[in-house]
Design a binder for this molecule. Structure first.
Ligand code: SF4
Ligand code: SF4
Length: 623
């Protein structure tokens, strides 16, 4: 590898490269947008460079965290990657590991999703870092993310604390020409040194560890005060009325806007790449030199809330920055336009993007909502559920199948595993009032492995009654086709142990377990009705149906094993029932014919829609 080689890398690939360049021994993760590309890129670098890195797709984020932490406790370097809500799952371990600390460097990559574009919350992982009391790096570009990963490993190892890197989605998914560096091979043997006062600390020693952590944070804060690589100033280079403090991708967007407006010499900009522990003196000195200071940061007010004297500060807390949503370039432009006008610095034109938005709105173009793919087996399962138990409460979960919402077959989506726990909670709430309400929980295979088992065994243990349909498409589809434990293939493609879903469900204490292909709609409807009866029987309980059919995108060759051509007869009266309740994207209303037709460009010949027309006008095509 030549020292100065440049490669165009995706942000997450640059992060993977940083992990490898830091000589990291163990890398673990649970997939979730925007973090999912990190593990495949580590696998690719491992293969390309012939490294001995241990890489794992773990069953969930806490499992991933603990595996990485154990490696660090033996003196090896370890990284764990997840999306921001994954850090909630791993938070128990994170909070405790801040106290016990680490030996080999440990870096937690928590990718934030302002917007949110693919998450249930917009939470800011920098706040989690503050909450757990661990240092955090906040990169602005893929190149910087790679370098920060390496610095984070050094910091973690020097001060023996876990360190968070939090790229936002625009850093994770941006592409940049990134400078490659040499791979630093760290020859370390696992060497766990027993120290129960630290690794198994009782509350008494936890207090000691907490004090030590606070002292360590002070030292790191001193270091961050004088950290020219990550915290630095650009702009006018002289005293001007306005200073802007910013971070992450907002920093590069802001510089572009200022350059375009020829304002780069009229405003000073302070970039903060290490927001916790907060470089208070560095920031206070910057604020002192300006009449007004604007803080532009996403997703939340982490920098702003840590500033001691906020009397000159404009930001989210003063209502000058929106409280929610991604800070896109047009939003930053608009914020800047208002503040510069108010301060009499510049009178900017209305943003071009704003005009574009108005133009698009004026076109009256209908927005097409996201939908399950044509032929998706999950659609068949939802359709059967709606037909079998139309009055049920439908608790669901996180995955492609959240889109069962469109079919009105999903009433709740809270977090990973809550499809089952909410079903259990609904049952007890009604049962207390002596009411028997049908409840159908839906959950994907990957989500069930992630956090379904504890939810299910708790529900069985506490005598809940509901139907659980596990939508087993034999892959983690939504996040980019990562393997599940049910597949028996590990992160680098080598063979692992295949875990049987049915045996796992049985192990949770469930006695009524049936497996069916959801394409077999009529029999699935019968099974759901049988399951409902089982939940009502005196000796009954929870009924679990494994609806197994491979994802058509991941397994195109076997997805539709027996293709059939269907057509819609002239008897179709355009009632739109099939569009409203079945919603296959290959079905559309032909305005010319005033009836529904099939778009052959989308249709995969699964034949399931035959069941979706109550008037039987969707039929097999005559040969
Ligand atoms: S195909 Fe059937 S359900 Fe769809 S619009 Fe025609 S009659 Fe209605
Ligand atoms: S056969 Fe029907 S359900 Fe299957 S993809 Fe074609 S239109 Fe959609």
């Amino acid at each position: 590898m030549a020292k100065k080689e440049m490669r165009i890398l995706l942000g997450n690939v640059a992060i993977a490269r940083g992990i490898i360049e830091a000589g990291c021994h163990v890398v673990t993760s649970y997939p979730g947008t925007p973090s999912s590309e990190i593990i495949p890129a580590v696998v690719q670098f491992k293969k390309e460079l012939g490294l001995n890195t241990y890489i794992e797709w773990s069953a969930n984020e806490k499992v991933a965290f603990d595996n990485a932490l154990a490696a660090s406790m033996t003196g090896k370097r370890a990284a764990v990657a997840m999306k921001q809500v994954g850090l909630n799952v791993a938070s128990d371990s994170l909070m405790s590991s801040a106290y016990t600390g680490v030996i080999g460097g440990m870096v937690i990559i928590s990718c934030d999703d302002p917007g949110p574009l693919s998450s249930q919350t917009e939470q800011d992982s920098r706040f989690f870092a503050m909450f757990a009391k661990v240092p955090v790096y906040d990169p602005s570009t893929p190149q910087e993310a790679k370098e920060m990963v390496k610095d984070a490993f050094e910091l973690s190892e020097k001060y023996q604390v876990p360190v968070i890197l939090r790229p936002t989605i625009k850093v994770s998914h941006a592409k940049q020409s990134v400078k490659m560096s040499t791979i630093k091979m760290l020859d370390r043997q696992a060497d766990f040194k027993k120290d129960p006062d630290r690794w198994a600390a009782t509350p008494k020693y936890r207090l000691v560890l907490h004090k030590k952590l606070n002292e360590t944070l002070k030292k790191i804060q001193e270091k961050f005060e004088n950290e020219p690589r990550w915290n630095y100033e650009v702009g006018a280079g002289r005293d001007v009325p306005l200073g802007i403090i910013t971070c992450s991708v907002s920093f590069v967007v802001l510089l572009d806007i200022l350059e375009e407006l020829n304002l780069e010499k009229a405003i000073n900009v302070l970039k903060i790449g290490t927001p916790y522990p907060f470089p208070q003196k560095r920031v206070s000195e910057f604020i002192k030199r300006h009449e007004n200071v604007l803080v532009i940061e996403e997703t939340d007010s982490v920098i702003e809330s840590q500033i001691f004297d906020k009397s000159k500060v404009l930001g989210r807390l003063t209502g000058d920055i929106p409280l929610q949503g991604e800070l896109s370039p047009d939003r930053i432009y608009d914020i800047l336009a208002i503040v510069l006008k108010e301060l009499g610095i510049a009178d900017l034109e209305e943003s071009g993007d704003e005009k574009l938005h108005q133009l698009i709105e004026g076109l009256d173009v209908s927005v097409r909502r996201p939908t399950l793919c044509a032929g998706c087996p999950e659609r068949a399962a939802f359709y059967a559920i709606k037909r079998a138990l139309p009055k049920a409460i439908y608790s669901s979960d996180i995955g492609c199948y959240t889109l069962g919402l469109n079919m009105k077959a999903v009433d709740t989506v809270l977090d990973m595993g809550a499809g089952i726990t909410l079903a259990s909670g609904f049952y007890h709430a009604y049962h207390q009032d002596k009411e028997d309400v049908p409840i159908v929980a839906t959950m994907g295979d990957s989500t069930f492995f992630h956090s379904g088992t504890a939810s299910l065994l708790n529900a069985v243990y506490n005598n809940a009654r509901f139907i659980l349909v596990i939508l087993d498409n034999e892959i983690t589809a939504m996040t980019g086709m990562q393997p599940t434990p049910g597949l028996g293939i590990t992160a680098d493609g080598s063979e692992g142990k295949k875990i049987s879903l049915e045996e796992l469900i049985k192990g949770c204490g469930v006695q009524w377990i049936k497996t069916i292909d959801p394409y077999d709609v009529e029999n699935l409807i019968k099974l759901l009705k049988e399951g409902r009866k089982y939940t009502q029987r005196s000796d009954g309980g929870i009924a679990v149906i494994v609806a197994r059919h491979p994802c058509l995108i991941r397994y195109p060759d076997v997805g539709v094993e027996h293709p059939v051509k269907v057509e819609i007869t002239e008897d179709c009266d355009g009632c739109l029932y099939c569009l409203d309740y079945f919603e296959c994207p290959a079905l559309y209303l032909s305005e010319e014919k005033d009836r529904v037709e099939i778009d052959r460009n989308f249709c995969v010949d699964c034949g399931v829609c035959i069941h979706a027309c109550p008037k039987k006008t969707i039929v097999l095509m005559e040969k």
